[in-house]
Design a binder for this molecule. Structure first.
Ligand code: NAP
Ligand code: GLV
Length: 325
């Protein structure tokens, strides 16, 4: 009889990660690359001791209650707002995530959106493809400069700081706000000035969000905050959708209260707020911040190592609730 722990992998994952889990566990994989419903997740978790899941899986109190043998939930993401961590802790279940390995890749995508919306790259691509381009024009598709502008970073952790480094390369002035002020060494290295959120929103030409989604950061930006921003300012969100009240953003963009937005994440993914796709001054990506071959593989391998370590009674390298023995 196979005494290895039974685990569920909720969606297909890279082979390298699958092999790590399969060496030590009895694996059931949802081979369809489609999210399991809550009912399917509950049904499949019944006998399982481990779950390797994606951020599209909602591991809520009902799911945890229905999995009496569960010992670890390994998320293939750095954000873990899809998991009820308090409930998992109450039940003695370890939760792990994938910090660090996706930092630079997500900062790159942030920068891609920032440049794309400021320099109207997507509009320009459509213009050329549709055959509208007749000749060079002095005022054709005028955008905004990026270099030398003020970059405001909300959430100055791993990704926020990686974005600030890119800002330095563009000769930008970095402002930031975070729960805790960074050390003088970090501030000096990134030439970053700590300000309160209102000052950041009033002074920045580009506002980039890098906060985790928590009760405190939900709807951090609403109509009131957009009214503080410059009408020439751009908003970039590669953090989590519900940090912004999306209907208010659509209204601010439609009324020209801000100049544009580059979005990778949405309040009710994959549903978008009405009117968002009608706006010319937005660049929209389908939550691909960490989506490079290298990084998605590293994330899955990291999650697999977290899962197998926890099930073997070793400390997983990346616990979210390290207080669980
Ligand atoms: P991180 O290193 O933990 O950085 C988050 C920062 O936000 C920390 O400095 C934290 O401060 C600060 N913060 C937390 N709550 C705050 C509040 N209420 N007010 C002000 N600052 C607050 O996380 P990360 O690795 O940079 O990732 C950030 C987020 O990006 C993730 O949580 C995830 O949701 C998102 N993400 C998205 C993608 C994508 O595909 N689009 C990819 C990766 C990550 P403390 O240090 O005091 O906690
Ligand atoms: C992606 O959104 C992540 O949190 O890793």
């Amino acid at each position: 009889m196979d005494g290895r722990p039974k685990v569920l992998i909720s969606r297909s994952i890279p082979q390298a990660a699958l092999e790590i889990v399969a060496r030590e566990c009895q694996v059931e994989v949802n081979e369809r690359d489609v999210r399991l419903t809550q009912e399917e997740l509950i049904e499949r978790l019944l006998e399982k001791e481990g779950l390797l899941c994606l951020l599209t899986d909602r591991v809520d109190a009902a799911v945890l209650a229905a999995a009496p043998r569960l010992r670890v939930v390994a998320n293939v993401a750095v954000g873990y707002d899809n998991i009820d961590v308090a409930e998992a802790s109450r039940r003695g279940i370890l939760v792990t995530h994938t910090p660090g390995v996706l930092t630079e890749t997500t900062a790159d995508l942030t920068w891609a959106l920032l440049l794309a919306v400021a320099r109207r790259v997507v509009e320009a691509d459509r213009y050329v493809r549709s055959g509208q381009w007749r000749e060079w024009g002095l005022q054709l598709l005028l955008g905004s400069d990026v270099h030398g502008k003020v970059l405001g970073i909300l959430g100055f952790g791993r990704i926020g700081q990686a974005v600030a480094r890119r800002g330095m390369g563009f000769g930008m002035q970095n402002l930031y706000h975070s729960r805790r002020r960074a050390s003088p060494e970090v501030e000096a290295a990134l030439k970053a000035r700590y300000v309160d959120p209102e000052t950041l929103l009033r002074e920045a030409d580009f506002v980039s969000l890098h906060l985790p989604l928590t009760p405190e950061t939900t709807h951090f930006l609403t109509a009131r905050e957009f009214s503080w921003m410059k009408p020439t300012a751009y908003l970039i969100n590669t953090a989590r959708g519900p940090i912004i009240r999306e209907e208010d953003l659509v209204e601010a963009l439609r009324m020209g209260r801000i100049a544009g937005a580059g979005l990778d994440v949405y309040e009710r993914e994959p549903t978008l707020a009405p009117g968002l796709t009608d706006l010319p001054n937005v660049v929209l990506a389908p939550h691909i911040g960490s989506s490079s071959v290298e990084t998605r593989t590293r994330m899955a391998v990291m999650a697999a190592e977290n899962l197998t370590a926890a099930l073997a009674g070793r400390r997983p390298p990346n616990p979210v609730n390290p207080e669980i023995p």
